[in-house]
Design a protein around this ligand. Structure first.
Ligand SMILES: O=C(O)CCC(=O)C(=O)O
Length: 312
């Protein structure tokens, strides 16, 4: 399986993203979708048995059933979002050779899959599933991106009330490529991502340079790009490329999963949601080869958290 072509790598370096059309076939992802449907079914049954929902909504499909459950009982959202659910098909995607080959060309031969992979059932009219302009990396040296609090990079907004937010994010040198993978077709209507090509290269201003009513000047000339995608496509994003997830305006769930990787020799980010060594030349014996191995790691950490009383 090829890594990025030299043209794609150049685009990743210069623009901070690459849209990988048809990296998978839709059929490749079907077992993963079935697995998530199974988890939705489990939630439907548990919640209905506990009297928290009006129906099992068994006639609804992948794009609507979860939405119906959450309409009855909002807490169901938290059961599904993020990395709460881990199954064999999820592990297969996290450790997929197509991802690892590409990532190896960016982070080197020691590849760690971060534990904070995020399943995102982006529901209509559900603000917590929407994200303002932001960059992903959020630790180490300070870096600030000024972004409009609402959903656009409108340079006149400061005159119209200064609705900007500043966000401290990191400027570590550590690459953390992210694959954003839709599980249903996505477009502007249902809240596909928008990216700011080239935005990852701006100079990180420091706290004392904050000017809350303006953008980082380097962002001024950049044009946001809307990224509609089909099932099977993957959007590769640099850890500093600004992106936004506007509201879902349809009547169905926009399902997606995003997964980040890093050099396995560098400190890992989340202890609470542990990741795993996915590929290694130096420590092949530590590579986690299967779902059961990863499950064990996650369960052990969850048990330690529950029983040790140590908060982390
Ligand atoms: O999936 C979304 O709606 C937001 C994703 C996002 O912001 C991210 O992957 O960092």
């Amino acid at each position: 399986m090829p890594r990025l072509t030299s043209e794609q790598k150049k685009q990743y370096d210069e623009l901070g993203y690459v849209l990988l059309k048809g990296l998978f076939t839709p059929t490749d992802l079907q077992p993963l979708i079935y697995e998530y449907e199974g988890e939705v079914d489990r939630i439907a049954r548990d919640y209905h048995a506990d009297g928290l929902t009006n129906s099992l909504y068994a006639d609804e499909g992948f794009e609507t059933r979860f939405m119906r459950i959450v309409e009855d009982s909002e807490q169901a959202y938290d059961e599904m979002v993020g990395s709460k659910f881990l199954g064999p098909e999820v592990f297969k995607l996290l450790s997929h050779t197509k991802f690892l080959d590409i990532v190896e060309g960016i982070v080197g031969p020691e590849v760690h899959c971060q534990g904070r992979h995020r399943l995102r059932p982006k529901l209509p009219n559900f603000g917590v599933a929407d994200f303002r302009w932001h960059e992903d990396t959020d630790f180490a040296a300070k870096r600030v991106t000024y972004v409009q609090q609402q959903y656009g990079l409108d340079r006149t907004a400061s005159e119209a009330g200064g609705r900007f937010m500043s966000r401290i994010v990191a400027a570590p040198k550590m690459p953390e490529p992210n694959f954003w993978v839709p599980l249903v077709p996505v477009d502007e209507e249902n809240g596909c991502l928008h990216v700011l090509p080239g935005g990852h290269l701006h100079t990180p201003p420091y706290e004392e340079q904050w000017e809350p009513n303006t953008y980082v000047p380097e962002l001024d000339d950049l044009e946001p790009l809307v990224v509609p995608m089909e099932v099977g496509d993957a959007l590769l994003m640099h850890q500093h490329v600004p992106h936004v997830s506007p509201p879902n305006l349809t009547n169905a769930v926009r399902w997606s999963i995003d997964i980040r990787y890093q050099d396995g020799r560098r400190p890992v980010k989340s202890v609470r949601e542990p990741g795993f060594l996915a590929r290694s030349k130096e420590r092949p014996q530590d590579v986690v080869p299967d779902y059961e191995g990863y499950r064990e790691i996650r369960d052990a950490v969850a048990e330690f958290r529950a029983t040790s009383g140590i908060r982390f």
